[in-house]
Design a protein around this ligand. Structure first.
Ligand SMILES: [Zn+2]
Length: 439
């Protein structure tokens, strides 16, 4: 299965070569590669301060480009969060997600950076690895070449191969856009050898996923195994990204390509009594990486301002000298106003309940403060956290009137689109999503 996962060149040299273009200069129509690593929490990467050596390639990418230290997901699970990355709209606005147990697709009318760049003459490639991001769910729109595996949890090597093959066979003078979605970090935390036990030698715990039920785990003492295997999965994906970047370089494309790396959401490991994602708005789930490198991107730059996934679309369009649609909530992260504090929201777009019995509804960030609205029955609970004083979110404060108002505004934000209900799943897609806990 991993036959193409050959040895990786020295990453430092690799990324140095990748960055040989003038990172401070600009290219009016650069190539764009957006890498979305499903379920990758930012604080498990070396460039975000993690103690384990999980991410030498990503760290080098960050060192040669710009890293946003505080990027917030707009939803705690795949479907609405990925829709936000593509559309620049919040889940309340694009409407993609789950309501009353029904999945709603990415609306056929909503512009994405894929459809806009395709209209602008870009050739477009997309590869995805979970049924939630399938053609049935509306995610194929705008791609000249698109593929989706229902449950591609072990497909990082094949995914990179698929992209490199497309790149090699491509015969088009126009620049390209590629979206590469990798699913290998997601449960069941079972990367190939030697990544399965590289951070916990001798780890033989198998099928850890099946110990997780109802959001809790049967054996909390096994949590360190989950984390070690999750971290091994990151390192495995990191090596595959090394191959992807080497392919760009060997194709002579590195000077004209901007690489953007992010995640749809993170993952909880019992910080709040829960394993997985989708059931809370804590930072372990909402804090995602955001790194960019290439022409027009500052080198060695770090940005501390709170930003969101909703900023990725306007940033990409600005980089490509394409007009940004009016009315988007995000901002061009490379523009002059990108350093100002803004309200960065998140919505559950309903996937699971919470182990506390309070379903997460909506969340807002403004600077160091964070507010969360949850509901049980007809009871709403408003809390807030001061992330500077309480970065682990262990001591909820009663939300003040300003925070209550912000949360209420988010809850009443009208949908801009009315997506269709997703059609019935075929048997293969249904069993794939059931295996991943999404149904
Ligand atoms: Zn996901």
């Amino acid at each position: 299965m991993f036959r193409n996962a050959g040895p990786v060149p020295a990453v430092t040299m690799l990324l140095f070569l990748l960055a040989c273009g003038d990172g401070a200069g600009t290219v009016s129509r650069p190539g764009i590669v957006v890498v979305i690593i499903d379920t990758l929490r930012a604080d498990h990467l070396g460039c975000y301060g993690y103690e384990r050596d999980t991410s030498p390639v990503i760290d080098s990418l960050a060192g040669e480009g710009t890293i946003w230290r505080d990027c917030q997901a707009q939803a705690p699970w795949t479907l609405p969060a990925t829709a936000t990355i593509l559309t620049g709209l919040t889940p309340r606005e694009h409407g993609t997600g789950r309501r009353n147990g029904v999945d709603y697709v990415l609306d056929s009318e909503v512009p994405t950076f894929v459809t806009i760049l395709a209209d602008a003459g870009y050739s477009t490639f997309g590869v995805f690895n979970v049924a939630l991001l399938s053609e049935r769910m509306g995610f194929a729109r705008g791609f000249d070449c698109y593929s989706c595996d229902d449950c591609g949890v072990y497909r990082a090597a094949e995914t990179v191969d698929e992209f490199l093959r497309w790149l090699e066979e491509r015969d088009d003078p126009e620049p390209f856009l590629a979206v590469v979605h990798i699913f290998d970090v997601h449960q069941p935390y079972d990367p190939p050898e030697p990544y399965d036990d590289m951070f916990l030698p001798g780890d033989t715990l198998q099928q850890v996923y099946w110990e997780i039920s109802e959001g809790g785990i049967d054996h909390p003492e096994h949590a360190e195994h989950f984390v070690a295997r999750y971290d091994g999965g990151i390192r495995w994906v990191d090596t595959q990204l090394g191959r992807l970047f080497a392919g760009l370089r060997s194709g002579g494309l590195a000077d004209g390509v901007v690489v953007i790396l992010t995640a749809d959401h993170g993952e909880e490991f019992l910080e709040h009594g829960w394993v997985g994602h989708g059931g809370s708005f804590f930072q372990e789930v909402l804090h995602v990486p955001l790194v960019m490198s290439g022409p027009g991107i500052g080198r060695g730059r770090e940005v501390g301002t709170t930003v969101g996934q909703m900023d990725i679309m306007p940033t990409i369009l600005s980089l490509c000298s394409v007009e940004v649609p009016d009315g988007l909530p995000g901002t061009d992260l490379l523009g002059s106003s990108s350093g100002e504090d803004r309200i960065i929201p998140a919505s559950s777009a309903s996937f699971t309940g919470s182990m506390s019995g309070y379903a997460p509804l909506t969340e807002v960030r403004f600077g160091r403060m964070k507010g969360i609205l949850t509901r049980r029955g007809s009871t709403d609970r408003y809390v807030m956290y001061d992330l500077l004083e309480d970065p682990g979110e262990q001591s909820p404060l009663r939300a003040d009137s300003a925070m209550v108002r912000l949360l209420d505004i988010r809850m009443t934000t009208p949908m801009l689109y009315e997506p269709l209900r997703a059609g019935d799943l075929d048997e293969g897609s249904r069993s794939a999503l059931e295996a991943l806990g999404y149904i």
